[in-house]
Write a protein that binds this ligand. Structure first.
Ligand code: ADP
Ligand code: MG
Length: 354
């Protein structure tokens, strides 16, 4: 449905915001465009919508290039972070608006029918007579979504639509959005900087950093099989533990443990070069009989049914994720075993070697 190829954007001041971006979105797919603040997400979304021109590259909708096609002719709905509702109109009038102007204009009867449908789908029938100033953030966001969908566009683009909502509402509305776009069947690109949000609602995630696509895949694959150190570090909560290691000729070592027993064949380590060992906290477990290192617990955090044991090595904090039944306390010295089968190894450029 959407095909982005070799897309680059250099702003007037010479800043390269996008560097040769390639990805595609299938019909009916909900793709999350994820990445830290400033990585180029809005730039990319604005180029897809036509609000901004690319410096080079192509975008196709259904096989047709849309480069040079005006935004209103691209058949897209756009939801902005700040909702951008008309303050003097009621919720219903806001949703109706796209059907009363320009190319989108349809008969009043048909317009009323469509508006009713989307008021219902977004659960705002009861507040349809109110103006944006009388609505909560979550209600305003639902109005903005209904307004974006009412013309039944081919593509829905949403730029950090939940970032102005409080945490609990964010969880609720993200589920509603996923249910809604799946019900409507619309091809959607949802921009967020929040990896948990992307993992929970995206069919697939396109992870961007510094204008470069780092990996485009299902969320679980980004977690289990990250393309590089950036991806491994960006995806996951608690975040991955990254240990700085050196190759001494036979083993990867740091001040506290080494991993000589590990099957390190097929990797050409260079002597005295530094590497990074990445282990997810669930793969570092207390084990009294068979252990790689010991460390004193500095702090313990409870998250739902799990506990995060925090310890330090070389003045850097690391984590072990254990079940809540675990009876370790702050101050205890604990023996830990690393599950090397689930480890990642990165070189000093952050490229994944293993
Ligand atoms: P994101 O949405 O991921 O936070 P943006 O796409 O808004 O990131 O911005 C990407 C980068 O491009 C940022 O470093 C930003 O400062 C820069 N940028 C955005 N707009 C302009 C502009 N008009 N001129 C120059 N640089 C810009
Ligand atoms: Mg942005």
């Amino acid at each position: 449905m959407i095909e982005v190829s070799n897309l680059s954007k250099t702003y007037e001041n010479g800043y390269e915001a996008l560097k040769n971006v390639n990805f595609s979105v299938q019909k009916g797919e909900l793709v999350c465009l994820l990445g830290p603040s400033g990585c180029g997400k809005s730039t990319l979304l604005n180029i897809i919508s036509g609000l901004l021109d690319a410096t080079s590259g192509d975008i196709k909708f259904d096989g047709q290039s849309v480069i040079g096609v005006a935004p209103e002719k691209r058949d897209i709905g756009f939801v902005f972070q700040n909702y951008a509702l008309f303050p003097h109109m009621t919720a219903k009038e806001n949703v109706m608006f796209p059907l009363t102007v320009g190319k989108g204009k349809i008969s009043k009867k048909e317009a009323r029918k469509n508006v009713q449908k989307y008021l219902k789908l977004t659960h705002i029938e009861d507040i349809a007579h109110k103006k944006p100033g009388q609505l909560s953030g979550g209600q305003q966001q639902r109005v903005a979504i209904a307004r974006a969908l009412v013309q039944q566009p081919k593509v829905l683009l949403m730029d950090e639509p939940l970032s102005n909502l409080d945490a609990r509402l964010r969880l609720q509305i993200r589920e509603e959005i996923r249910a809604l776009v799946k019900e409507v069947g619309i091809t959607t690109i949802f921009v967020t900087h929040d990896q948990e949000e992307a993992l929970s609602i995206g069919d697939r995630i396109i992870l961007l950093n510094e204008g470069i696509v780092q990996q485009a895949d299902k969320g679980q694959n980004l977690y289990l099989n990250p393309a590089n150190q950036f991806v491994a570090n960006f995806i996951g909560n608690p975040v991955i533990d990254l240990f700085k290691m050196n190759w001494d000729g036979e083993r990867l070592v740091n001040s506290t443990f080494n991993i000589s027993e590990f099957q390190l064949n097929n990797i050409n380590f260079e002597k005295d070069k530094s590497y990074c060992l990445g282990i997810r906290p669930e793969n570092i477990q207390p084990n009294d009989s068979d252990f790689d290192f010991q460390a004193q617990i500095k702090d313990i955090e409870l998250i739902g049914r799990d506990r995060i044991l925090k310890f330090e090595i070389d003045e850097k904090q690391y984590r072990s994720l254990v079940k809540v039944e675990n009876e370790i306390n702050v101050g205890d010295t604990v023996k830990f075993k690393i599950n090397m089968e689930k480890a990642f190894i990165f070189n000093d450029k952050g490229e994944r070697l293993f």
